[in-house]
Ligand binder design. Structure first.
Ligand code: PA5
Length: 444
């Protein structure tokens, strides 16, 4: 099982950091379980590892085989929760260099998560002479970034393969019945997958939103779902030995001590994209009503040479949560002669993994001494099963944590502010009044 260790944060926590929060956690758990809290209509993910649609997952696997057969490249169109989970688990379970190392699987590029014309043009050019398929993921079906990217890639598919041929290469993941994308898919006869109505974007990685791209990459998605189910069975049980309760309580207590920034740290580049998923999960769930721990992420030891100085000696409002894997997947033995000019003779016979572990231990000690509490999450292996456990752990802890701090963990009203201004500036029908309200200097 995942192990959560608070010992390197204890000097910064009051003795009652957990006991004083047990009533709040009991209540938060109740709200998650009965769906009666704020945003309770979006708690479908709590039971998902047990109640997911088996038939649809079977179809995901069949479709992945088709995409693998017919494509050199899969373009995944989506933003926020509609791509971060897929990308996080793809990089965690394969490699951040997946597109260089995949041999028997299509390359996978994520787009629709930016409005950069340079990035878009680059990718459109890249697939121009390749066989490619598109998986567009949007629960609402109307998000501007993904709608634009889908429009452009659909256009290219139709130019290349004709309307009929494009139809066999477009796979839509959206709401079961509603939205522009669902209507378009029905009209054109595209293959579709559903994001359940009661699961919001950032909790959707275990739905086809995450599972289809992962299956195309050859990731064993049944292992992910099994891992999530195992975590669910443990974490839904109440009690102070529950690691999700401990994590939610510890971060809540640290926040009360003025530690308002949490840094997720890993010692594997494979966790880089996972950090982006985790930031969205906690940032969008908790950052509202003037509250919330600000989520950041770093990759060690890389960022010890960029962010390390600040973490060690900057403003003391930080804490770290370190994710560590214990069972190695590979070995890289160092074998310099004692007199080797590299000066690395003292490492003779050591595995690089050992060096990385000493770096981790040295860093924890230094950061704690520098005033940065460390929480440690130990995961046995970087496998689908443990990735599923990790996802569910953070989702469940985030739900608890949101309710513990008194916010609705399942809405994101703040995301609308930039959209409303952007639509007004773009002249989208219905936003004329808003444009008149903007300061004149901002008018195009
Ligand atoms: O977590 C969320 O709900 C958001 O990040 C959404 O996933 C994001 O805004 C994309 O929305 P949609 O899937 O409707 O295109």
């Amino acid at each position: 099982m995942l192990e959560f260790d608070v010992s390197y944060a204890r000097p910064f926590l009051p003795a009652n950091w957990l006991s004083s929060r047990l009533d709040g956690l009991t209540e938060a758990r109740q709200l998650l379980e009965n769906g009666e809290g704020l945003g309770g209509e979006f708690t479908g993910w709590v039971d998902l590892p047990r109640s997911y649609d088996r038939e649809e997952v079977h179809r995901v696997l069949q479709t992945a085989r088709i995409i693998r057969r017919q494509s050199e490249v899969l373009i995944v169109v989506g933003i926020g929760g509609s791509y971060l989970g897929a990308r996080a688990l793809l990089e965690l379970l394969t490699s951040p260099n997946y597109n260089l190392t995949c041999r028997r699987s299509p390359q996978i590029f994520f787009t629709g998560n930016t409005l950069s014309s340079d990035a878009m043009t680059e990718l459109l050019d890249y697939v121009q002479d390749k066989d490619f398929s598109v998986n567009v993921v949007s629960k609402s079906g109307s998000t501007t970034e993904s709608a634009i990217a889908f429009f452009l890639f659909r256009q290219l598919l139709e130019e290349k393969y004709g309307r009929e041929g494009a139809r066999d290469r477009i796979f839509v993941t959206t709401d079961r019945t509603e939205g522009t994308l669902r209507a378009l898919a029905n009209q054109e006869g595209y293959a579709t997958f559903s994001i359940p109505r009661d699961i919001g974007g950032r909790y959707s990685v275990l739905t086809p939103a995450g599972l289809l791209p992962l299956a195309v990459a050859g990731v064993e998605i049944s292992g992910i779902l099994d891992g999530a189910a195992a975590a669910m069975a443990r974490l839904r049980r109440p009690g102070q030995d529950n690691p999700a309760w401990q994590y939610a309580a510890a971060r809540n207590a640290l926040y009360d001590q003025g530690k308002t920034i949490e840094i997720l740290a890993g010692y594997e580049p494979h966790l880089r994209a996972f950090g982006e998923w985790w930031k969205q999960l906690f940032g969008e769930s908790e950052g509202k009503d003037g509250k919330g721990v600000f989520p950041a992420s770093v990759e060690f030891t890389t960022d010890l040479h960029s962010m390390g100085q600040y973490i060690q000696e900057g403003k003391r409002d930080l804490f770290e949560t370190v994710v560590r894997f214990t069972i190695p997947q590979s070995s890289c033995l160092l074998d310099p002669a004692p007199e080797d000019p590299s000066g690395l003779g003292y490492l003779r016979g050591r595995d690089l993994r050992f060096v990385n572990e000493q770096a981790r231990q040295g860093t924890v000690l230094a950061h704690v001494a520098g005033g940065v509490p460390n929480l440690l999450l130990t995961v046995p292996e970087r496998t689908p099963h443990w990735a599923g456990q990790l996802v569910y752990f953070f989702e469940y802890a985030c739900g608890l944590s949101g309710y513990l701090s008194g916010v609705n963990p399942f809405n994101q009203p703040g995301v609308e502010a930039y959209k409303t201004n952007m639509f007004a500036l773009l002249g989208k029908p219905g936003y004329e009044q808003r444009k008149d309200d903007l300061p004149p200097a901002l008018h195009p």
